[in-house]
Design a protein around this ligand. Sequence first.
Ligand code: BES
Ligand code: ZN
Length: 621
Amino acid sequence: MAPVDPHSFTDSAHPLTTHVALSLYFDFPSSTIHAAALLTLAAPCSGQLSLDARSLAIHGVLDPQTLAPLSFTLSPPDAVKGSLLSVALDSHASVLVLYSTSPDSSALQWLSPPQTFNKTHPFVYTQCQSIHARSVFPCQDTPAARICYSAKLNVPRELSAVMSARHAGRRDPVAGDVSEGFKKGGSAAGLNLESLWCGDRRVVEEFVMEQPIPPYLFAFAVGELGFREVGPRTRVYSENVAGVLDSAASEFAGTEEMIRQGEKLFGEYPWERFDLLVLPPSFPYGGMENPRMVFLTPTVIKGDASGAQVVAHELAHSWTGNLITNINNEHFWLNEGFTTYAERRIVEVVQGEERAILSMGIGWRGLNEEMERFKDNMEFTKLKTNQEGIDPDNVYSQVPYEKGFQFLARIERQIGRSAFDEFTKKYIENFKFKSIDTETFLEFLKANVPGIEKEVDLKLWTEGTGIPPDAYEPVSDLYTKIVSLANEFKLGKIPGEDEVATWQGQEWELYLENLPKCVEASQVLALDARYRMSESKDYEVKVAFLQMAISSKCRDYYPEVEKTLKEVGRMKYLRPLYTALVQGSGNEEEKILAKRLFAEARECYHPIAQGVVESILAKNL
Ligand code: BES
Ligand code: ZN
């Protein structure tokens, strides 16, 4: 009995699941899914099999061959891991679990029509990373395991579904879809599943994922969807609203070019399709690299270079993360640090070196700020972290991204770009479809770059706290100019129109990120009077500005803060705004405001974002 992952009940002594077949009946009025999951194991297993589950009502576990019930227990939930579903097996190589999800399943956001763009149809989507797949189906929810899957989604006829898988068809439901076991599970829950499944105005969407993926990459979305073709292997999907589809299609028109550049750098694109799905504004991340179907926030659609950068990032995960995966979240930097490096290499080719440097500069600033955030908890300034008992959503930060990027860029500086490119290609080829840890990476590095450990302090980089002395602040004329203008703001200088004439969102973001967090309220007003950042359509700019306004107690902007917190659910914006409101002392009014806003906006946030805001408030109120 040894756990393989601090965030999972998966036991190293048990065979891993290799395939999951799902039947999912979507009941929008009750925000639940009635489901059957057929799990196939790599080998027959006897004794107690440990599965992860969260907020699932288990109606029965059966031997899929004989339909004999298997005895099981479901533990009370652990705050981080959820429940242990333990099933008694006797040489079984598969199990059938009948269950329903609950309306507060942490991976699922159920949107009522008013919470969508089209206002007429409901919508539901998943966000499984890092440890929420277990709230959609019982599984060994660790990236150490890789599964193939098939899925039948039974949804109202006016809706359609997409998944991180190949679409195998859309057809009428038939009684044969509902296996005897599934029927049994339904009756245990007091449901006649066969009649529901074959009900009026229902349709079945089928999907198959033949390439093994870690469970956190399982994904679906169901809604009234439309799409535009933007490339030979890329469609952009979103709710079927012409304005959203058209602006998304033009924003992401350059995607194929990025895929080609990615292939040049990292090898052939391995997932066949690279489709994009633009979600409603409550999507909690900028992007999520679900294979074959990247999920994106609509806030990236703003007509400048940065939307494409998010796509470059999620695309880069196709190699680093989805193909080579961190064995558990303690090695998350292997996913995100490598991807941030790869993203900037793609950006450098398609948008030019200056754009890549600005993005590094914003990252550098972000990394330095995280050192401040974690000054009392330096563990999370390491690349390799100890996450025993830790909820990964609560310690999500720029560190794995930007310190990971810095580490790889440091190795590249040491050995030169062409040697590093050769190493990267070999690394990907060697570990594709595997899940690895930091040590495995370091061993491979030392074996392929002899002597590297004498040149770069690998232990300090991967196990040390803080920013190593040989990290690198980027340099370019534009970057340096922006940082020096930001420094002059402390002396009362606001940049002149001629100095900012060519600035896009990223330049402003970098400028704002380099200003002091707290200044005179009059300075905040003067800056905004000149450049109207509080009304920017670019949330990076607007939020960075509002964060400074809150910290400077410039209360004129609180209505705008309220509006922002009620219209988007991306955690990158929620975190700094709620934190600025509640952190510190002498801000009783702000604390009351934060509580009220969260009470009013909560419903509109994804459950993961709800949890993160709750933890920010709990820490500070
Ligand atoms: N995989 C992440 C999102 C994620 C991380 C979800 C951890 C859940 C847990 C994704 O690739 C990502 O990093 N998104 C960034 C975009 C970016 C750095 C351009 C985001 O959402 O801001
Ligand atoms: Zn990422």
